[in-house]
Design a protein. Structure first.
Length: 210
């Protein structure tokens, strides 16, 4: 049985979850657990290589199912090399995206069968789910406007998606939230960053460090 704590952070593009994750680290350091942070797709060398294939803007011919299977492959390698060792070592693990991203993006966003995605997620993770998922919710237009304003990287393949695609992704997340409200907790990401950080920290503290 895993001895650590597994927290994933999810949200539509522009919700600011990565910024929140980084800001949480000094606050969580006050608790007597070693912190590990990582991301999906990526986190380990093989998964980072897969990430570069997925996001390469030249790969416009990529089929939706191919995209899904690449994410699943990256997840499996990440699980074996990074996630399980951290949990087995009794660490506090924060992961920027995990299984829910595949349901939201490839299921609701791309229109692939959610049942198939759930099966693939379960197969890749041996049934592992986070102890807590923080879902950072934001209006699609506001999220995309944030990305455009703060862009620090070249345009990748997913940056070229339509607003309708991003709307479907958000609805996917809201659907997961409705189905699994105990694991997934909604945070209003439209609030000022400091307020969002404090709310996220409060949720984690009350859940695991009372």
């Amino acid at each position: 049985m895993n001895k650590g704590i597994f927290i994933s952070l999810e949200g539509p593009d522009g919700a600011g979850k990565t910024s929140v994750l980084q800001a949480l680290l000094p606050k969580l350091a006050a608790f007597d657990m070693e912190l590990v942070t990582t991301r999906e797709p990526g986190g380990v060398a093989i998964a980072e290589d897969i990430r570069s294939v997925i996001l390469n803007p030249e790969n416009t011919a990529m089929d939706d199912k191919t995209e899904l299977l690449l994410y699943i492959a990256a997840r499996r390698q990440h699980l074996k090399e990074r996630i399980l060792p951290a949990l087995d070592g009794g660490k506090l693990l924060l992961v920027d995206r995990f299984i829910d991203s595949s349901v939201a993006y490839q299921g609701f966003g791309r229109g692939l069968d959610v049942k198939d995605i759930n099966w693939l997620n379960d197969y890749a993770t041996d049934g592992l789910v986070p102890d807590l998922t923080l879902y950072f919710d934001i209006n699609v237009e506001e999220g995309l406007a944030r990305i455009a304003k703060n862009r620090h990287h070249d345009v990748d393949r997913l940056d070229m998606e339509t607003v309708d695609m991003h709307e479907r992704v958000r609805q996917g997340y809201l659907s997961i939230l409705e189905q699994d409200p105990e694991r997934m907790v909604k945070v209003d990401a439209s609030h000022p960053l400091e307020q969002v950080i404090e709310e996220a920290f409060s949720i984690i503290s009350k859940r695991f460090f009372k």
